[in-house]
Design a protein around this ligand. Structure first.
Ligand code: GDP
Ligand code: MG
Length: 171
């Protein structure tokens, strides 16, 4: 039985084309497209999940491509309790950029936001970012860590649910 409705704002950050929108679409609609539109069509999407006894409403914010210019408005981060910071496992550059996003969120956004570092495109054979390197960085920086494929769906539920579960359950 569900006891109460908690609501959390989650934001997606990371370089352009790492698969942020694809992860949201896989999680919320179980869909995937090779020609992913740059946005989910609106600034956020609501998705309810059950965490233990609680029904939790996740308000998931995706960018409209502004990350390309590194110019996200402060309102994008504002009130975010959690963030998925995404890189592409086939791009070392995107992993380096993910570290910059971690700093940006901590200094410009909510320093207390829970962060999940997400290595996406796990289905590709051209892996460049070593899992141990990424895991070590995540541990040192106090981040959750996951590898996913929005294409196959692997790990996608785990990231969103894992992040939601790790958030403090205050209203
Ligand atoms: P965003 O700019 O970070 O929102 O990235 P998109 O979700 O728009 O994805 C960029 C491109 O990468 C699109 O062509 C997607 O189809 C592709 N893509 C996204 N996720 C995956 C994945 O897990 N595996 C593979 N192989 N391609 C992906
Ligand atoms: Mg996008």
């Amino acid at each position: 039985m569900t006891q109460s409705l908690l609501q959390f704002k989650l934001v997606l950050l990371g370089d352009s084309a790492v698969g942020k929108t694809s992860l949201v679409l896989r999680f919320c609609k179980d869909q995937y497209s090779e020609q992913q539109e740059p946005t989910i069509g609106c600034s956020f999407i609501n998705h309810n999940v059950e965490i233990g006894e609680n029904e939790v409403k996740l308000q998931i914010w995706d960018t409209a491509g502004q990350e390309r210019f590194h110019s996200l408005a402060p309102m994008y981060y504002r009130g975010a309790k959690g963030a998925l910071i995404v890189y592409d496992i086939s791009s070392l550059e995107s992993f380096e950029k993910a570290k910059d996003w971690v700093k940006e969120l901590r200094y410009q956004g909510n320093p207390k936001a829970k962060i999940a570092l997400v290595g996406n495109k796990l289905d590709l054979n051209s892996k460049k970012v070593d899992i141990e390197v990424a895991q070590n960085y995540a541990t040192k920086a106090g981040l959750l860590f996951y590898e996913t494929s929005a294409k196959t769906g692997m790990g996608v539920q785990e990231v969103f649910l894992g992040l939601a579960q790790s958030l403090p359950k205050e209203k």
